[in-house]
Ligand binder design. Structure first.
Ligand SMILES: [Ca+2]
Ligand SMILES: [Ca+2]
Length: 161
């Protein structure tokens, strides 16, 4: 029974991946170093803030070409600068800003909530996500630069209903 405690979050994440259709086949996996079928790491729960500039996380669900800003917040327990932004998948989408010279996703690290520490801000094209007008929550997952899996969700306030 003890094992179940560790396996359940991984199964939940796996189902989430299936549900959201994020293709992570090309991403480094968290379950690799020890062997197939072995659970090595449980994702770190990170604090996520959808539309961090808006107190109510409002998203216009009719504006398909809009970007949704999503913050991974630095807390006393977690430094958002540890996150590999290129791995972060939000509801099926990846960072929308690509550096034209390198072809790599742009990294935005600044203090979005003005509490003195730098947060990681990502931008996702609404139409690349699977969100819709009835969505009430947005979730992301990814990895730290040390390949530790992270995940987190925030309420989302779609308008018009
Ligand atoms: Ca903070
Ligand atoms: Ca901050």
């Amino acid at each position: 029974m003890k094992q179940l405690k560790y396996i359940m979050p991984v199964i939940a994440l796996f189902l989430l991946v299936l549900m959201l259709g994020c293709n992570r086949a090309d991403e480094p996996t968290a379950v690799s170093s020890i062997g197939y079928g072995q659970v090595t790491m449980t994702p770190i729960e990170v604090e996520v803030d959808i539309q961090p500039h808006h107190p109510t996380s409002r998203v216009n669900c009719k504006a398909k070409n809009r970007l949704i800003a999503v913050g991974i917040m630095t807390t006393p327990l977690f430094d958002a600068a540890d996150v590999d932004h290129a791995t972060v998948c939000f509801q099926g989408a990846y960072e929308a800003h690509i550096d034209p010279e390198t072809g790599l996703p742009v990294r935005h690290l600044f203090d979005v909530d003005e509490d003195g520490d730098k947060d990681l801000i990502l931008h996702f094209l609404y139409r690349k996500t699977d969100l819709h007008c009835e969505s009430t929550q947005g979730c992301l997952w990814g990895e730290t630069l040390d390949d530790v899996p992270i995940q987190g969700c925030d309420d989302i306030n779609m308008f018009p209903k």
